[in-house]
Design a protein around this ligand. Structure first.
Ligand code: ADP
Length: 224
C-alpha cells in the first residue's frame, strides 16, 4: 500500500456563504409514511463476489414488500455522475466519495439505498459511513479470490491476467477487507436466495417500523 497516497482530508469545501434552509418534513416523518427508515446498505467485496446479483434481487424483494428501494451500481453511476473518473487510487476515492454523498441524500429522502461497488479502501468506506450519519450498514459480500476468478461472469479477471485491465482489484490493486461490518454474507457457503434472505431479514429487523403512517402525524408536523 506504500505507493497509495493518504487521502485524509480529501474533502474540500470551496463554497462560502452557505446558508442552510430547513426542510418542512423530516427523516422520521418520511419513515412513518414509508413504514421503514431510509438507509444506506453498502455492499463491498471483490469483483464477482456477488454484489450486483444480490443488490438487484434485494431491491426486487424489498419493492415487493412495499419498501422504497434503489440500487446504485456501476451502470447508473459510472456512466453518469462519475463518467469523468477512472480507476487510479484518487479517482476510486472520488468515485466512492460521490456515491457516499448521493446515497446519504437518498437515505435521508427515505429510500433504502443498496450500493454495489467494490469500494476496496477502508478509509473511503468509513467516509461514506460518516456522511450517512448513523444510517450506514456495511455488508461484506465475501468470496475468495480463487472463487471469484472461477466465476468471472464478465471475463474481467481473464482480461486483468492478460494485462488488458490495469489496476484490477485483487490482481494488481488492493482490496481491504472490512474490520467490523454489520453483516458478512459468504457467497461460497450460501446460494443467492439465502444470501438475499439474510439481507432482507436484517433490513426487516433494523429498518422496518412497527406502526404504520398516521395521517395525523403529517398534519401536526407539516402544517398547512
Ligand atoms: P459483483 O457485482 O460482485 O462483481 P456479480 O453479481 O456481477 O458480482 O457476479 C457474481 C456471480 O456469482 C454471478 O454469476 C452469480 O450468479 C454468481 N453467484 C454464485 N453464488 C452466488 C451468491 N451466493 N450470491 C451472489 N452471486 C452468486
Amino acid at each position: 500500500m506504500d505507493r497509495y497516497i493518504d487521502r485524509n482530508g480529501f474533502i474540500l469545501y470551496k463554497s462560502r456563504n452557505l446558508t442552510p434552509v430547513e426542510h418542512l418534513l423530516d427523516f422520521e416523518l418520511r419513515a412513518k409514511r414509508n413504514g421503514h427508515r431510509g438507509a444506506v446498505i453498502w455492499l463491498t467485496g471483490l469483483s464477482a463476489s456477488g454484489k450486483s446479483t444480490i443488490a438487484m434481487e434485494t431491491e426486487r424483494r424489498l419493492f415487493q414488500r412495499g419498501y422504497q428501494a434503489y440500487v446504485l451500481d456501476g451502470d447508473n453511476i459510472r456512466q453518469g455522475l462519475n463518467a469523468d473518473l477512472g480507476f487510479s487510487p484518487d479517482d476510486r476515492a472520488e468515485n466512492i466519495r460521490r456515491i457516499g454523498e448521493v446515497a446519504a441524500l437518498m437515505a435521508d429522502a427515505g429510500i433504502v439505498v443498496i450500493s454495489a461497488f467494490i469500494s476496496p479502501y477502508k478509509a473511503d468506506r468509513e467516509k461514506a459511513r460518516m456522511v450517512a450519519r448513523g444510517r450506514f450498514y456495511e455488508f461484506y459480500i465475501k468470496a475468495s479470490l480463487e472463487e471469484c476468478k472461477k466465476r468471472d461472469p464478465k471475463g474481467l479477471y481473464k482480461k486483468a491476467h492478460l494485462g488488458d485491465i490495469e489496476k484490477f482489484t485483487g490482481i494488481s490493486a488492493p482490496y481491504e477487507e472490512p474490520d467490523s461490518p454489520e453483516l458478512i454474507i459468504d457467497t461460497e457457503k450460501n446460494n443467492i436466495n439465502d444470501s438475499v434472505s439474510e439481507i432482507i431479514n436484517y433490513i426487516e429487523n433494523n429498518l422496518k417500523l412497527s406502526s404504520n403512517f398516521d395521517e395525523k402525524d403529517s398534519i401536526v408536523s407539516v402544517g398547512n
